[in-house]
Design a protein around this ligand. Sequence first.
Ligand SMILES: [Zn+2]
Length: 112
Amino acid sequence: MTVGDVLKHKHQGYRCGMCEHEFAKDSASCPKCGSTEVEPIQPVYWLSPVGDVDDFGDKITDTIYDAPTRGGPWALMTQQSWAVHARSMKLGTGMGQRFRKQKDGKWLKVEG
Ligand SMILES: [Zn+2]
């Protein structure tokens, strides 16, 4: 996996080791804090089996969310379920992740 491969994916690029700011641009330093401790973000895949339906029984197509629900626990959700049941529309560490199905069948993290 090269940097070029990583940059093909939207929302993936580089992450600052100091402030954890993520940016797509190929830069030797963080545009937010100026730190030079920047690393390419490696692709992250959803590794658990994904069934035909999500935790709310909605049919899964090409997008899934792993995010906390209003009821409390985290759940696997389709776009539709996420819009209804998600605790927050925000994604990120501790808030939820969005995955998109790739041609090879793997689920790539695209946001969060
Ligand atoms: Zn930074």
